[in-house]
Design a protein around this ligand. Structure first.
Ligand code: ATP
Ligand code: MG
Length: 150
């Protein structure tokens, strides 16, 4: 496991991180976005999805739908918000494992995954300090380096 800290001093910085992550994203990848309410999980997910789309498509928070799929020519990205779920049984019902088989997943509140947490995931913990954000990226070295460079 390795860790990298990335300052997100502006929305542009969040957009740039989203762009980098989207370029490396492939089938089977899981981006696990943790952090408090309002820390910037949805904003980062939006940046990844828009970068992959190549245009500023509508990317609503999945707070109510819980799961929103984005089907692109070369990749399915499924965006989950697990905040209101109780645990792994609910996650199974949302089709989490199928989404991971068929494409990549971006997950807000990944602590709800329990035993379903993918071992090869890229974890991104977001923190808000006044109007700034910070991303702590961690995971197996090969995965972190594939997304962020060596
Ligand atoms: N650099 C930044 N990166 C991301 N968000 C930022 C940044 N600076 C300010 N913000 C603001 O922080 C808020 C982040 O909200 P967002 O919906 O992404 O949070 P969240 O972590 O998904 O919360 P929730 O747990 O409720 O889903 C937005 O209002 C956004 O405008
Ligand atoms: Mg959110």
């Amino acid at each position: 496991m390795i860790t990298r800290d990335i300052p997100l001093d502006s929305m542009q910085a969040t957009g740039a991180l989203g762009q980098r992550l989207s370029e490396a994203l492939q089938v089977g990848d899981a981006l696990l976005l943790s952090g408090d309410l309002g820390a910037g999980k949805t904003e980062l997910a939006r940046a990844v999805i828009r970068a992959r789309a190549g245009q500023p498509i509508d990317v609503p928070s999945p707070t109510f739908n819980l799961v929103i799929p984005y089907e692109f020519r070369d990749l399915l990205i499924t965006h989950f918000d697990l905040y209101r779920l109780e645990g792994a049984d609910d996650v199974m019902e949302l089709g989490f494992l199928d989404a991971l088989d068929d494409g990549s997943v971006i997950v807000e509140w990944p602590d709800r995954l329990g035993d379903l947490t993918p071992s090869e995931a890229l974890r991104i913990e977001l923190t808000a300090v006044s109007d700034r954000r910070q991303a702590r990226v961690s995971g197996p070295a090969a995965i972190v380096e594939r997304f962020l460079g060596a």
